[in-house]
Design a protein around this ligand. Structure first.
Ligand SMILES: NC(=O)c1ccc[n+]([C@@H]2O[C@H](COP(=O)([O-])OP(=O)(O)OC[C@H]3O[C@@H](n4cnc5c(N)ncnc54)[C@H](OP(=O)(O)O)[C@@H]3O)[C@@H](O)[C@H]2O)c1
Length: 323
């Protein structure tokens, strides 16, 4: 099978398309013929080993995982002994962070992994980008314990995480202020944002409104800068560690003082999460935002684009010709 392989850490062109042996579904595993996947910021971080800390998980000298890709949509090709929830021919989508391997024509995932049948009405290209950004967004919402009716500001509302966060927040009835570039003001309102702030025209930290939560979905702010935006007892959560890796430490310390606090989440995933997103998609409350699409053969270009830090939502890789 064809796969995008990297055998050393480095820039996008360490990735090349190679022939590999097709994996087999062992007991309790599902073999998926991948139709579409994505290149996202996690793939970029792991491929480049940036920040350095990734190497402690991914291999100190060279990558242990040679085929990246953590979200996918495709068709079940075969199932291993003992699999009862899926059968050959099922159209499925899911998330495989930890194992990775979705940048390939075939992928093996555990039956009990983050896998579900496809949401009705979506193509493979539309379904593939519905888990990574959304799962980080869901984790930020969970950490901030957002309730219906609360006021939330999302900084970086046009990224994979931010665009999912705006939609997930609206699905639970929060009031959302989205911070984005001038050219994306209409887009974030279309995602459901009640207010939009153009970060090129004003400093959002000077906003007169106060919020129950500030979600930094692009990792470019800090608790110090956003503190004054929070109501008493409000929470700041970020998708990143912070410029000095301070967010996990602040998440331990700030709750001790009982006032405004930092939350830090270690996202988890499983089949319930994918089924939750499927439900939101089918009820029209969530639609993953797609920026560009590339064929698998052009994955290096996709990496280059994602690394500009300016993608709007998600970058999809068509592994099979688009349906
Ligand atoms: N915890 C993890 O393991 C993990 C995993 C994935 C991602 N992340 C982090 O989460 C962050 C977001 O990831 P993502 O995939 O959602 O990012 P992304 O899609 O690459 O985000 C890019 C978006 O952010 C917007 N943006 C850039 N600078 C901005 C600014 N100063 N203010 C407001 N918006 C700005 C860009 O739009 P414009 O430039 O047009 O404004 C673009 O739409 C990244 O920092 C990434 O490192 C962490």
């Amino acid at each position: 099978m064809k796969a995008a392989v990297h055998t050393r850490y480095g820039p996008p062109d360490v990735v090349r398309i190679a022939d590999m042996e097709r994996p087999e579904a062992k007991a309790n595993e599902v073999l998926v013929k991948v139709h579409a996947t994505t290149v996202n910021r996690t793939d970029c971080g792991l491929r480049a080993a940036k920040p350095f800390i990734w190497r402690f998980f991914a291999g100190l000298i060279k990558p242990r995982v040679r085929v990246l890709g953590n979200e996918f949509a495709g068709v079940v090709e075969a199932v291993g002994v003992g699999v009862t929830s899926f059968k050959a021919g099922d159209r499925v989508f899911g998330y495989c962070e930890g194992r990775f391997g979705a940048h390939a024509e075939y992928l093996v995932v555990p039956e009990v992994g983050s896998l579900a049948t496809m949401p009705t009405g979506l193509t493979y290209e539309e379904a593939a980008p519905s888990t990574e950004g959304a799962h980080y967004a869901l984790s930020l919402l969970g950490q901030a314990k957002i309730q219906r009716g609360q006021d939330v500001l999302v900084y970086g509302a046009t990224g994979a995480i931010g665009s999912a966060a705006v939609q997930l927040l609206k699905s639970i009835g929060a009031s959302v202020t989205a911070v984005c570039d001038t050219k994306n003001l209409a887009l974030v309102r279309g995602l459901g944002a009640d207010r939009a702030i153009d970060y090129t025209a004003e400093d959002f930290t000077n906003d007169a409104h106060t919020y129950d939560a500030v979600l930094d979905a692009v990792g470019k702010s800090s608790f110090g800068r956003c503190r004054r935006l929070l109501k008493p007892g409000g929470v700041y959560v970020s998708s990143d560690l912070g410029p000095l890796s301070q967010n996990p430490v602040l998440a331990l310390v700030t709750p001790l003082f009982g006032g405004k606090r930092v939350g830090f989440s270690i996202p988890r995933h499983g089949p319930e999460m994918v089924r939750y997103f499927k439900g939101l998609i089918e009820s029209g409350q969530f639609k993953p935002l797609i920026d560009r699409r590339y064929p698998l053969d052009e994955i290096v270009e996709a990496y280059r684009y994602v690394e500009t830090g300016q993608k709007i939502g998600n970058v999809v890789i068509s592994v099979q010709p688009p349906s």
